[in-house]
Unconditional design. Structure first.
Length: 215
């Protein structure tokens, strides 16, 4: 039997949405070594990298890249299959197709293991400017939102991660907020408070950030 046509949907080969055995951040860094485009760990793992310790289990691994750089990452991750994700559906992304501009997530599948390894967020912005995808008027210097561990793993700063997490505010997001906010610099807490007020007026986290006023 020949190799599957990457342009054809693999309905029988798509594992469930929960079929995750995600790479750890250091494995992602190894896999992405040599990529000449910026990326950073996002989501819960980013908060743990910022703290320098793993504070809870993580079901997946999310990284953020510039949307325009996706072809670079796809070419580098040859041998792995890309799937576009949105509205609870997962569908194969043909090797000659660009992601739907209305979708921002691409899951990376290791087919022999039938396991999802990484979730790539396709983000706006450019090399110099970080842009909040849900409200592109919120932007700042990319260096302002970029952190790096001692081992060289890039991550998104906690104020940006928590601004994304505020929309759902699941139990793990509430925990992440409670753990991280006391450790954040006053300027970072103020930035988060002010931008939460813009995108989620009345959000309960705003009141819990009010003590930043006195710093």
């Amino acid at each position: 039997m020949g190799a599957p046509d990457p342009k054809q949907p693999l309905a029988n080969a798509i594992p469930g949405l929960d079929a995750w055995d995600a790479w750890r951040p250091e494995e992602a860094m190894r896999r992405l070594a040599g990529v000449a485009a910026p990326w950073c760990v996002a989501g819960g793992w980013a908060l743990d990298l910022w703290q320098g310790r793993q504070t809870r289990p993580h079901d997946d691994l999310e990284i953020a890249i510039l949307r325009e750089d996706f072809p670079i990452f796809r070419a580098h991750l040859h041998g792995l299959r890309c799937f576009i994700v949105g509205s609870g559906e997962v569908s194969v992304l043909a090797s000659d197709a660009d992601p739907d501009p209305t979708k921002h997530q691409v899951w990376i599948l290791e087919e022999p293991a039938r396991t999802w390894r990484m979730d790539i967020f396709l983000e706006p912005g450019d090399l110099d400017t970080w842009v909040f995808r849900r409200d592109e008027t919120i932007r700042c210097a990319r260096s302002r939102m970029a952190g790096t561990t001692a081992e060289g793993v890039p991550y998104l700063k906690p104020e940006a991660v928590l601004l994304y997490k505020a929309k759902a505010a699941r139990a793990k997001d509430e925990r992440d907020f409670s753990v991280c906010v006391p450790l954040m610099e006053p300027a970072s807490r103020i930035w988060l408070r002010d931008n939460l007020a813009r995108v989620h007026p009345g959000h309960p986290w705003i009141g819990r950030l009010e003590d930043a006023r006195g710093d």
